[in-house]
Design a protein around this ligand. Structure first.
Ligand code: UDP
Length: 237
């Protein structure tokens, strides 16, 4: 399968059409942004790691019962995926307080929840991805009630799967962001990526951050952290 015209370029990926109208090719870049694009940089090798990590996790999630867009890895940075219309919701699942949750609710980073939280943001850069609830999403016509129920169920399944998997790697899954899409036939499937760009991952023993927070917070050792988390994944998948 070969790339035809580029239909989209985002912060971390380019998307191309193929000869099959139902399939796209995603190409992962090393570019990194944070704070709604205010901070820009590059993380050497990130595109390769995010592509390969996301594909391996999605390949496991399908038989687990979470249908997703992954079809076939084409190269280090490129993957064939099912074409979907992205539901403009960022779906965030949290097991431990961090980031915007800690800030918004005044809870120290690291506080463990008795059960996971699920929250939605309206995927709209001009508005700064505002937090919204189900009734807001319905009022805005972003998804139907049934679709939101499906998305929530899948998001919690992904959490259960990922929490167990990362635990087997000696890693704590703090939180993560998912995006879902609709196929041509209207089926809701998991899309986008699952990577250190979109998850908070801490070493179980030291609580060392092995994710994009090292870039966001100028902590250094960003490339090494991405390599370390990929190494752990490859040893246990
Ligand atoms: N996240 C993401 N993209 C976004 C916002 C958040 O992938 O545009 C991920 C982030 O990496 C973290 C989780 O979603 O794993 C929760 O992020 P949070 O709401 O705490 O926002 P942040 O502090 O990253 O701005």
């Amino acid at each position: 399968m070969e790339k035809r015209n580029q239909i989209y370029e985002g912060k971390a990926k380019r998307v191309y059409e193929t000869e099959d109208p139902e399939l796209l090719i995603v190409s992962y870049k090393d570019d990194a942004t944070a704070f709604n694009g205010l901070k820009k940089g590059s993380i050497a090798g990130k595109g390769v790691i995010n592509n390969q990590m996301s594909n391996r996790l999605m390949a496991k999630l399908a038989p687990y019962g979470v249908p997703n867009h992954f079809v076939q890895e084409l190269s280090e940075r490129e993957t064939l995926v099912r074409r979907v219309n992205i539901v403009p919701l960022e779906v965030i699942v949290r097991n431990i307080a961090a980031g915007s949750f800690s800030k918004r609710y005044g809870v120290e980073e690291g506080v463990v929840f008795s059960q996971p939280t699920v929250e939605y943001s309206y995927k709209n850069d001009d508005l700064g991805d505002p937090l919204l609830n189900t009734s807001h999403a319905l009022a805005l016509g972003l998804a139907t009630e049934e679709e939101i129920a499906t998305i929530r169920r899948y998001a919690l399944m992904v959490n259960t799967f990922l929490k167990d998997f990362w635990h087997s790697c000696g890693v704590i899954l703090v939180d993560f962001k998912l995006e879902f899409g609709r196929t041509g036939s209207g089926e809701i499937i998991l899309a986008d990526e699952i990577s250190p760009d979109t998850c908070r991952l801490w070493d179980e023993k030291t609580h060392e951050k092995l994710d994009k927070d090292r870039f966001r917070r100028d902590m250094g050792g960003v490339e090494q952290a991405y390599q370390e988390i990929m190494q752990r994944l490859l040893e246990h998948i």
